[in-house]
Each structure stands twice: as structure tokens, then as C-alpha cells.
Design a protein around this ligand. Structure first.
Ligand code: GLU
Length: 437
């Protein structure tokens, strides 16, 4: 059964969907779904200089990628000029608006404020008082015939029957003007909920300086939509307990405006990475592979020589070790290519100081292993060496690891050798013996 709740997400298409905008969209979506209500998507493109078709498309793509669907729209304000015109006429007729002529700009319409502007009860902040002395009669229709934001927004919210306006608190100062317009136009007032801004890690308003700010960038940087949605849901809302990983269904069930914070949340990049890693671990390997393929291709690692089965094993082996999709490529590139980079610190610590005869022996014995796809054979081989040399297993595994992948951290050594294969393993051991020992 659908309820009377109707909310809206009305972006201005002047750029990419910002993380703050995505959170506003998400809170509206969660509120609508929690209440069995409706979400309207409205493109506020009345600023003709700044609005673009590309930005509209980018915003729609981002919403779709995030999995935030809407029930009505997208409406475009630029296609609704007639409607705003009718309401302007109405106000002009009953004396609540008047024309102003500017010799340069042309003829605009201003709204005539009568009486006091009132404060209002905000569902997040409580009672908001407004300083009415600063507000003057304001423009509702510009000389180019287009409505101003405040006017178009109120007409649409009124006509569309919006019950709750959930938006960033950068709009708090617009609300008293909008309330005056609702009253003058005879619309029922919606309830307002203004959500605090998102701050960067240093406590100042989140901007490019802090890192990626748009959904598009997070998408390109290898974050998963489910992880991003989970993360931004918690930027200003809490389910009331410590659980941080929530499915969409859990978020829908638990979402209330009462649990939206009054104070700003900080964007914690480390936490986002952690969360993304968790979502990566939870993905079925096949799905993960299809998300990784474009990154593998972009890094020119798609040399065509590996099989699906091989890639499956490699991704399975590494899936707990990367937090973003491109990080997989960085970690796993030594498996794909012959150009590997040796980390200096790892070389110093594990190769320069190791016992050369141990590595040489490993080279000799690994050469005799017939089947590199057999973990047992590889294990027997390496264990024999450590027994013969009376050293702990790490004394052999660490230098071999650095020799074959260039760094001191990797998945299990046997699996690493298996996936590298005999040829790459021996070539790299040989290189190591000739170069570092
Ligand atoms: N177009 C406005 C914006 O993107 C909408 C504000 C509102 O929700 O009223 O900021």
C-alpha cells in the first residue's frame, strides 16, 4: 500500500553529482521506501547559463549506478515555464507580486512580502527562527521569463504534492522565503528536514582539496555502489546501534529522520576504503571479475594469455587484500606481466641479507618440479629445502616471494608460485640470483 509520503530530489544540472547531493538523494530514497511513499526526480535547470544536458545525463547515470530509483519524473523545470507563468499571473492579479522594469535587463517580477516571515519547525534541527529584517521583496521571475529557484521550487513542490522537503542545510536561509510563497500561493506547507553539510577530514567543508567529491570519480576509482551507498548513509544518520555494514533492506527498515544528526559528519576516506574492501570480499568471484576486467584492460594487462580459470584463482586468492578495484591491478600485476618492479626495501631486507645458497638451491629444485599446478609438489619441494638447510620456512618463503613478485606481501607462497607458473618463477629467480645476491 502506498502512503501519502512524497519526497523529491531536485538537482541543478550544473556539474557532476556531488557526494553531498548523492546523500540527499539517498536520504530521500530511504525515507520514501521506508514509508512506502514516492520519490520524484526533478531537474532544476532554470539557470540557463549554468545548466547543461551533459550534467543532467551524468546525474541520472550516477543515480542509476548507485541504484537509487525514482517513481516520477525526471521532470525538467525548463519544460514547465507555462505552469510557473500561470502562478506568476495569479500573484500579479491578487497584488502579491509586482513588475519591476530595468532599462538594461528588462522586465522582472518581484514577490511582495506582507507581514512577518515566520520561523519553522525543522525535523532535524527543531525550531528555526528567521531573521526577517534582512529579507526584502524578491524576484520570482527573471527578465528572461524564467522563474527563480525559490519560486519554481515552491510551485513544483506545491503542484506535485510534496509532503517532506529533505535537503542540505545550505538551503536553510531559503526556507522562510519559500514558506511565504507557499502561503501566498495557497499550497499546503510540507515538512522540512535540513541535513548538515559533509565535512572533509580536517573539519572544513568537503571540497576537491580533500579528495574525490563526485560520484563519477568514486565510480572510476573503483568503489562499488553498494559500499558507497552504505558509507554515505552513515554520513549523518545512524541506525541506532554500532552495526556499520547494512544492506539496503536494513537501511530502508531502519531509516527515520529522527536519527539524522544535527551536526556535520566528516568524510573518513580510510573507513570508506575499509567498507569497500568488505563489499569486495562479499561479491561472488564471477561478479568481481567482471568489475575488474576493465581495469585489467586499462592497465594493458589483458594480454590474452591467461585463462578464465587462472583469473578466477588469482582473484580468489587476492580478494581479501584489495579495497578498491584498481588496487587489485597494482597488487596482482606481477602475475600478468614480465615487467615487475622490485621494492627497494624488500630487496634490502629479504634478498641482500639472505643466504645465496638457499635461493640457488630453490632455483635448482623448483626447476625439477614437474607440475606447478600441484600445491603439494611445490610444498614438498620448498619444505625439503628448508629441512636440508635447517632453517625456518619464513627464511626461504620471504626471499622467494620478493624474488618472484618484487614485494614482501603477497598471498600464500605456494599459490603464488602456482599462479605465476614455472617459467615466470624460474626466470625471476634467475634474475634475482644474478642481480641481487
Ligand atoms: N536545485 C536545488 C539544489 O540542487 C534544490 C534545493 C532543494 O532541494 O530545494 O540545491
Amino acid at each position: 500500500m502506498t502512503s501519502k509520503v512524497k519526497v523529491r530530489f531536485p538537482p541543478s544540472p550544473t556539474g557532476f553529482l556531488h557526494i553531498g547531493g548523492a546523500r540527499t538523494a539517498l536520504y530521500n530514497w530511504l525515507f520514501a521506501r521506508h514509508n512506502n511513499g514516492k520519490l520524484v526526480l526533478r531537474i532544476e535547470d532554470t539557470d540557463r547559463q549554468r545548466s547543461t544536458e551533459e550534467a543532467t545525463q551524468a546525474i541520472l547515470d550516477s543515480l542509476t549506478w548507485l541504484g537509487l530509483d525514482w517513481d516520477e519524473g525526471p521532470y525538467h523545470q525548463s519544460e514547465r515555464l507555462e505552469i510557473y507563468g500561470e502562478y506568476v499571473e495569479k500573484l500579479l492579479k491578487n497584488g502579491k507580486a509586482f513588475h519591476v522594469d530595468d532599462p538594461e535587463k528588462g522586465r522582472a517580477v518581484r514577490f511582495k512580502l506582507t507581514g512577518e516571515l515566520t520561523g519553522f519547525d525543522d525535523l532535524v534541527h527543531g525550531n528555526i527562527r528567521s531573521d526577517t529584517s534582512l529579507i526584502e521583496d524578491f524576484v520570482i521571475q527573471k527578465a528572461d521569463g524564467f522563474p527563480t529557484y525559490n519560486f519554481a521550487c515552491v510551485v513544483d513542490d506545491g503542484v506535485m504534492g510534496i509532503t517532506h522537503v529533505i535537503r542540505g542545510d545550505d538551503h536553510l536561509s531559503n526556507t522562510p522565503r519559500q514558506i511565504a510563497l507557499y502561503k501566498a500561493l495557497g499550497f499546503e506547507l510540507p515538512k522540512f528536514a535540513h541535513i548538515p553539510m559533509i565535512l572533509g577530514e580536517d573539519g572544513s567543508r568537503m571540497s576537491k582539496r580533500h579528495g574525490a567529491t563526485s560520484v563519477t570519480e568514486y565510480r572510476e576509482n573503483g568503489y562499488l555502489p553498494d559500499a558507497l551507498v552504505n558509507f554515505i548513509a552513515l554520513l549523518g544518520w545512524s541506525p541506532g546501534h554500532d552495526q556499520e555494514l547494512l544492506t539496503r533492506q536494513e537501511m530502508i527498515e531502519k531509516f527515520t529522520l529522527k536519527r539524522v544528526n544535527k551536526t556535520s559528519a566528516r568524510f573518513d576516506y580510510t573507513k570508506l576504503d575499509w567498507m569497500n574492501g568488505k563489499y569486495i570480499q562479499d561479491l561472488p568471484i564471477e561478479d568481481l571479475i567482471s568489475k575488474l576486467r576493465p581495469y585489467i584492460k586499462d592497465a594493458n594487462l589483458d594480454n590474452g594469455v591467461f585463462t578464465d580459470e587462472w583469473l578466477f584463482k588469482l582473484v580468489e586468492l587476492y580478494k581479501e587484500r584489495f579495497r578498491t578495484l584498481p588496487e587489485f591491478v597494482t597488487l596482482a600485476s606481477p602475475f600478468f606481466t614480465d615487467e615487475i618492479e622490485y621494492e627497494d626495501a624488500a630487496v634490502q631486507k629479504h634478498l641482500k641479507k639472505s643466504n645465496p645458497s638457499l635461493i640457488k638451491d630453490a632455483y635448482k629444485k623448483l626447476k625439477e618440479v614437474n607440475d606447478f599446478s600441484s600445491i603439494t609438489e611445490l610444498e614438498d619441494c620448498l619444505r625439503t629445502i628448508t629441512t636440508e638447510h635447517s632453517v625456518g620456512f619464513g627464511k626461504l618463503a620471504q626471499p622467494i616471494r620478493v624474488a618472484v613478485i618484487g614485494k614482501s606481501a603477497s598471498a600464500g607462497i605456494f599459490e603464488t608460485l602456482e599462479l605465476l607458473g614455472k617459467e615466470k618463477t624460474l626466470k625471476r629467480l634467475e634474475y634475482t640470483i644474478n642481480t641481487f645476491l
